[in-house]
Design a protein around this ligand. Sequence first.
Ligand code: SF4
Ligand code: SF4
Length: 622
Amino acid sequence: MCTDHLLLIHHESCIKCYSCIRICPVKAIRVDVNTEFPSIIPARCIGCGSCYRACSPGAISYRSSIGETKALLASGQKIAAICDPTISGEFHDITDYRKFVEMIKQLGFTYVSEVSFGVDLVARKYKEIFENFKGRYHISANCPTVVAFIEKYYPELINNLVPVVSPMVATAKVLRKKYGQDLKIIFIGPCIATKEEALKFEGDAKIDAVLTFVELRELFTQFNIRENQLEFSEFDPPLGYKGSLYPIANGILQSVNISEDLLTGNVITTEGRNDMIDAVKEFDSRIDRIKRHFNMFYDEGCLMGPGTSPAGEKFLRMTLVTDYANKRLTTFDKNTWEDQVAACEDLDLSRQFNADDQRLPVPEEQKIVEVLKMIHREDDKNNEVGCESCGYSNCREFAIAIAQGLATTEMCHVFSGKNRQEYIRTLRATNEKLAKTQAALKESEEKAKNEQEAQKEANNIVSAMLQKLVSGVVIVDDKLKVIQSNKAFIRILGEEATLVDEVIPGLVGADLKTLLPVNIYKMFSYVLSTDEYIEHKDVLYEENKLSISIFPIRSHKYVGGILRDMYVPEVRKEQIINRLTEVIDENFETVQKIAYLLGEGAAKTEQMLNSVIESYRNPTGK
Ligand code: SF4
Ligand code: SF4
């Protein structure tokens, strides 16, 4: 049988309303700290199905048995459907019970039998135990949710559970005895927890699959089986007697005349989530005073189990169950039933229970107080009551659950509301800061852009001025690479340099050593290393005579050279000086701005320019 988790929460449909947490009687649902989605802790779950019913968006599903039922039906084996007596309350839309027997047979079952015969056998065992008090009071063990609750949360009471199998298991044993041990058995009932209970039995007690009524209806739809197309069919023997009253909480007692007389009886029947939990609590603490056996059901009998169709009406279902029981009794063959009961006397209907303690240790008081502080509830004298919107009945319980790792602070609306406001305040402050930073960034971008443009403009001015000079001018760095040169310089170098200039304007980056003979470029190296001026040095270059002046621009970094071809009519020095001074004056404001904005870049440009002028104005360099 499939052993996937009994219940699953599908996060894609979950709206985080935490109704499931609020309703879970054993706090088996944990909220993830990061995603805030709830998820079921299988070991803690008692399979009551309350969360499944409480989830309005339908985000919780239970383990389906439809697939394995269809596979069994298709296997060609002998298969019996055993129907919980609640079926008469569920199928109020089917006019005669013999119709739904035939509908089930049409699915492919070999036999369709009633679990009410199993109830009859189990009820007789209960009568024996309840009416022969041997010093121990008992709790009924027919409701699998009650059994799971005691095994997991009151394990010290497992010896008080009636040590008898449930009617489902008793019926399986009866049918295997009657129809063969190879018989496959599928239980059809109103409960989800039976899917988990069935996993515990093997051999003649084995249940091969458990279908809820909702799943049975789904199969009818899938197989297109409709009541109005079918004839009647009877349940396969053995037939139940008053066991058909079992869906009503005290039906099992009435079926064997166990006294419920308030004055003389010794059994208390209790049903429904809260009463059942209170009953177990009181049984645990007060049984010496109460002195009664307990007949308990988590749901309201089985009539309203989570595997029945939603929106069922309890009293209508109760009426349908009693009507069915009465109808069957009018033609009931008690002698045959007694023979069949006698034939089952040798069946072992005993059962044991296993403690599976899931109680979590209560955190230390200090830890609880810390959590209460965290959720701003430490000063509240009333922290033993609460709005319950977190799913816990008061703030203290909620704090304990947080300390146990079951809940998160964000589940508290008050806390997350305060946090949200704080978050909005922080967000606002951060946004304001961000806006200021963005404005400052924009301003400095603007400034950098202006500086770049100013530098570009300064370079253009220097370049334009140099081009106006009739003498050749070249500026090189400490590696003798050309930084700037003018057309006159290129003209002096000759035709080859003119061609290079077309590709690399101004010969920028060219190595002076490849452009000039060694005696000339060594003069540049000399000025770079010594910072001394060379003035009007006459040098023969190819067929020309050059007058060369070399001067430092920045110590050991940049030098400038002025090369005058003595055979070319020279433009008067004064004119050049005047023109340069004029340009400088015209651009004085710009240069000032450049110097201010560009710092070193502009200063360097201005320095170069001034060095050129200075070399004309003061050829001695003194
Ligand atoms: S009941 Fe639980 S599973 Fe369903 S939507 Fe609400 S939080 Fe999600
Ligand atoms: S089935 Fe019951 S015990 Fe399990 S998680 Fe849901 S409400 Fe809790």
